[in-house]
Ligand binder design. Structure first.
Ligand code: ADP
Length: 496
């Protein structure tokens, strides 16, 4: 099969969160199974270029349409971790992908709509006929709308289109004129059965368009697939998803076991096996990394009390009020806490900066507000437990990484966390998004660590035996690709 992923992120060259890991991990496994895989990404200024081999211009002149004008682009090709990577480089007055960041510009909608149109233009002029176009989240969802309403008529027709919703929170809401800029009459799409936003009828919703015009839609865990059908979790797209339930599936993400492997992880002070048969080596490895983290961060850690770690985007989704409550609770008792969070929102960043100031004199609490790949690996390895109090969590990778590093997740039972963490089996879970619920569970974890190391180790062993490889998930995606190719005509008919 020829599979093309069109995405806004891919590890390790352009990463904000789990979406990047999924595109990379899934594409790698698809390729390992013998499929031809290519990934189209924007050529951001902040790409980690050292991870791309043989990068050169593959198509010097690609013209793409926006707002009545043709814009010149170059398309670059290189290899990222063995994957053919195509990068669209617009020579546009607005320097769309030279912003020092992936998201967060006031005109993100226009930037990614431009990328969608330029990507399809590239596939059209190169006469590429993929079996599957796999789109990811709102930034590339509009490729489906464009294919079904423009590019099929121009002559570009993949056999099937699949959209994966990594998070339904962000939907790409915009005015009809934004869609008009890239060549579709936006106003014509502002109807209930097309892209009209369910909350604000004057707006279009680009993710909704992706759901309607893709042949199959997936999300990243079975529990989240159920949750988003409800008003509480569906962010107003629940009714649309119920309508298209027949083509909507939840597939649990895998983990790239090569990138996340404590036995070869270059960022660790000491490598160790991820294997329950060698538990004593796991424990020794974790101890050495704890010592290294202590040196690196000046964190005070007592040998009898647990170290609890958090690595996450600092966003409301991740339950910052619960993280703050856990920090406060531990600061007055025993145990150490290290937080690594990359701020997504100014108000939360300010709040956590003042927390950092507040805990400056408490050596058992450390707060880092940055994106730091190296430190994140050391935290997974050094921590005893890993806190994930998310308000919602489409899949979550950090709990899987933690288990692979012999670290027990303390997680709120939602989305993919509910599918992977089981109370007192391979971690600790709580249901309510309340401080009381969290603290009760946190106390149980601390108590078990301090008083029953044998039971604690059994949970570690259980976590280490879980198979989080991409193998099983990839086979499920291939099945969905098959369904997409079979149903492609049906969506076309529905446009008529
Ligand atoms: P999300 O996609 O919602 O951000 P996931 O749990 O699916 O959450 O994936 C998060 C990924 O991003 C993990 O690989 C995690 O280690 C990484 N990550 C998140 N925040 C940071 C950070 N501040 N520094 C380094 N890595 C981070």
């Amino acid at each position: 099969m020829h599979i093309i992923h069109i995405a806004s992120e891919m590890s390790p060259i352009a990463k904000v969160g789990g979406l990047a890991d999924v595109v990379h991990g899934l594409a790698k496994e698809e390729q390992a199974l013998g499929h031809t895989v290519e990934i189209l990404l924007p050529k951001y200024d902040i790409l980690r270029y050292s991870h791309i081999q043989n990068l050169k211009i593959e198509t010097p002149d690609l013209w793409s349409f926006e707002d009545g004008k043709q814009y010149h682009n170059s398309v670059w090709a290189g290899t990222t971790d063995g994957l053919r990577t195509l990068l669209i480089d617009p020579h546009h007055n607005d320097y769309y992908f030279n912003r020092g960041q992936i998201y967060g510009s006031p005109n993100d909608v226009d930037r990614f709509l431009y990328f969608c149109r330029a990507s399809l233009e590239y596939l059209l002029v190169k006469k590429i006929k993929p079996d599957i176009l796999h789109l990811h989240d709102w930034p590339t969802a509009t490729c489906a709308t464009l294919v079904k309403n423009l590019y099929e008529d121009l002559g570009f027709s993949p056999k099937g289109i699949v959209l994966t919703i990594h998070s339904i929170e962000h939907q790409g809401k915009c005015l009809p004129k934004n869609l008009t800029r890239i060549g579709l009459r936006g106003e014509n799409f502002r109807t209930e059965e097309k892209l009209q936003d369910e909350e604000n009828p004057i707006l279009l919703n680009l993710l909704k368009g992706g759901i309607i015009y893709s042949d199959q839609v997936t999300t990243v865990s079975p529990t989240y697939a159920e949750e988003v059908l409800t008003p509480e979790y569906g962010y107003s797209l629940n009714e649309t998803l119920i309508k298209y339930k027949h083509k909507f599936t939840g597939i649990l993400n895998g983990l790239d076991l090569e990138s996340w492997n404590p036995s070869s992880d270059p960022y660790l002070a000491a490598t160790y096996p991820s294997n329950p048969t060698f538990l004593s080596k796991v424990l020794a490895g974790k101890k050495a990394n704890k010592e290294a983290l202590k040196q690196k961060t000046n964190l005070a850690i007592s040998p009898d009390d647990p170290l609890i770690g958090v690595v996450s985007r600092l966003a409301l989704q991740k339950g910052p009020h619960l993280i703050r409550a856990a920090m406060h609770h531990l600061s007055t008792r025993k145990g150490s806490f290290i937080y690594l969070g990359s701020a997504q929102d100014k108000a939360l960043e300010m709040e956590f900066l003042s927390l950092k100031e507040h805990y400056k004199k408490n050596p058992r609490i450390q707060i880092y507000l940055e994106f730091n790949e190296e430190l994140s690996h050391l935290i997974y390895a050094a921590s005893d437990a890993f806190l994930i109090p998310s308000l919602f969590e489409p899949c979550g990778l950090t709990q899987m990484i933690a288990m692979r590093y012999g670290t027990l997740p303390i997680a709120r039972k939602t989305g993919g966390l509910a599918d992977t963490v089981f109370n007192r089996v391979n971690g600790f879970t709580f249901t309510g998004a309340t401080e009381t619920s969290l603290i009760e569970t946190l106390d149980q974890a601390v108590d078990l660590y301090q008083n029953n190391q044998e039971a604690w180790c059994r949970l570690i062993e259980e976590g280490l035996t879980r198979d989080f490889s991409w193998k099983a998930s990839t086979l499920r995606y291939l099945k969905i690709y098959g369904l997409a190719m079979n149903s492609h005509g049906a969506i076309q008919a529905c446009r008529m």
